[in-house]
Design a protein around this ligand. Structure first.
Ligand SMILES: Cc1ncc(COP(=O)(O)O)c(C=O)c1O
Length: 418
């Protein structure tokens, strides 16, 4: 049997499939310390809330109503209308139902949007997606139907007190060439926990408008929901912005519900793609979100439960890291949001790929940094000095993982010294 070009492209080993395989393997290996994946935390208060919400919805028939019917290709109309109203009311955005479409998770939204706007155009020339601030989300890497779809810009690195640092967009080297047809940034960023500042975002927005190309903001962790953001960040939307949101980090990754807020032309295109690829997005997540909006709980729980949980957890984990790894051994990207810590082992004599293999042998799973530079043309040593860890697992497990990590780092230094 031979696969098509499409088949070959999507069956080759990619960063994201390796990560998912490790995640599955890790989950099945007894005693493994899984700091690699992107699973959100099980926040007891949220789990209880969802349990009660689903019980109520089962009892009053909302659950069967949604399971026993198809929604339209744009997604559940009642949620779309309620969300538009909520965003108008709470954020003052000029968003209407024709500006919102739902997808089966935001991951599939990126696949739609990247291929809608980048790839070979009708004149045969290639259009690309620009990531203005690498490192970026690993899940973007292999989502282009055409090769060479992504271009990335290295960051400026600001060193901060307490062994922390922060990436900034290097506007001096940001080249929006003719072939760029979309600018895309995750805010907060997976893997680094960076939050592009309001000023940087407004500059990106202005540049996108000047070049008449859309700016995609991946808001999977951002405000107003799920609100996993610890720095000052104003949410931004206008008809030139494609804002992608998700229910996953609210605690519902199994619902597979992504939300796109964009101008009508984009929403119409996404609805058509939904129709062709999946007839309609699944309705469970949207039915739950609708009920959360009706109860006035969506923004409230994000602000009062989810944000404080992650903020406390990240502070605890940094404290643990510093007990085992001093600043000379490990710098930490300033944690401004998302569910990861980005560690920079500046003088490590081995690459983080080798470190990853050694850690895996000791049943600790983290992700080596070089996967997070989709579109970066040249090999950059910095990419091989960094590692991403998920900070949400149980604190005891985290401590054990960090202890093993610190041992492996010492071993690597001793090997180089001997
Ligand atoms: C930055 C970012 N965007 C998008 C996604 C995809 O989320 P989902 O497809 O579950 O909505 C993730 C998942 O981890 C992510 O980290």
């Amino acid at each position: 049997m031979k696969f098509s070009q499409f088949g070959n492209k999507f069956t080759q080993e990619s960063g994201i499939t390796r990560l998912m395989n490790d995640l599955n393997q890790g989950l099945r290996t007894p005693g493994a310390i899984m700091l690699g994946g992107g699973n959100p935390a099980h926040i007891p208060e949220m789990d209880e809330y969802f349990q009660q919400l689903l019980t109520d919805m089962a009892l009053n028939g909302q659950l069967t109503e949604t399971l026993c019917n198809y929604d339209g290709p744009q997604g559940k109309n009642t949620l779309i209308a309620a969300l538009a109203e909520e965003l108008q009311e709470k954020l003052g955005w000029d968003v209407h139902p024709q500006n919102i479409a739902l997808t089966n998770g935001s991951q599939s939204a990126f696949f739609y949007l990247f291929n809608l706007l980048a790839g070979r155009d009708e004149n045969g020339s290639i259009k690309r997606v620009l990531f203005p601030l690498a490192p970026e989300y690993i899940g973007y890497s292999d989502s282009g139907l055409d090769e060479g779809l992504f271009v990335a810009n290295k960051p400026n690195i600001e060193l901060l007190p307490n062994g922390q640092f922060k990436y900034h967009v290097d506007f001096d080297h940001l080249n929006i060439s003719e072939d760029i047809n979309l600018i895309c940034v995750s805010r907060p960023t997976n893997p680094t926990g960076n939050v592009v500042t309001d000023e940087e975002l407004l500059r990106l927005d202005a540049l996108a408008q000047k070049h008449q190309i859309p700016l995609l903001i991946d808001n999977a962790y951002g405000v107003p929901f799920p609100g996993i953001i610890f720095s000052e960040a104003t949410p931004l939307w206008n008809p030139n912005i494609i804002l992608c949101m998700s229910l996953s980090k609210l605690g519902l990754p199994g619902a597979r519900c992504g939300i796109i807020i964009a101008n009508e032309k984009i929403i119409q295109a996404v609805s058509n793609m939904n129709g062709v690829i999946s007839l309609a997005p699944g309705g469970i997540g949207s039915a739950m979100t609708l009920e959360m909006i009706r109860r006035n709980d969506l923004f409230r729980l994000s602000q009062n439960v989810i944000q404080p949980f992650y903020k406390k957890r990240v502070e605890q984990v940094i404290e643990v890291i510093r007990r085992y790894l001093p600043e000379e051994r490990c710098l930490i990207h300033k944690p401004e949001g998302a569910i990861f810590l980005w560690l920079w082992f500046k003088n490590l004599p081995i690459t983080t790929e080798v470190l990853y293999q050694r850690l895996k042998k000791r049943k600790v799973l983290m992700v080596p940094g070089h996967y997070f530079f989709p579109g970066l043309e040249h090999n950059w040593p910095h990419a091989h000095q960094c590692m991403r860890m998920n900070y949400v697992p149980d604190l005891k497990k985290i401590e054990e993982g960090i202890r093993i990590l610190s041992e492996e780092i010492e071993i690597a230094h001793q090997e180089a010294d001997s």
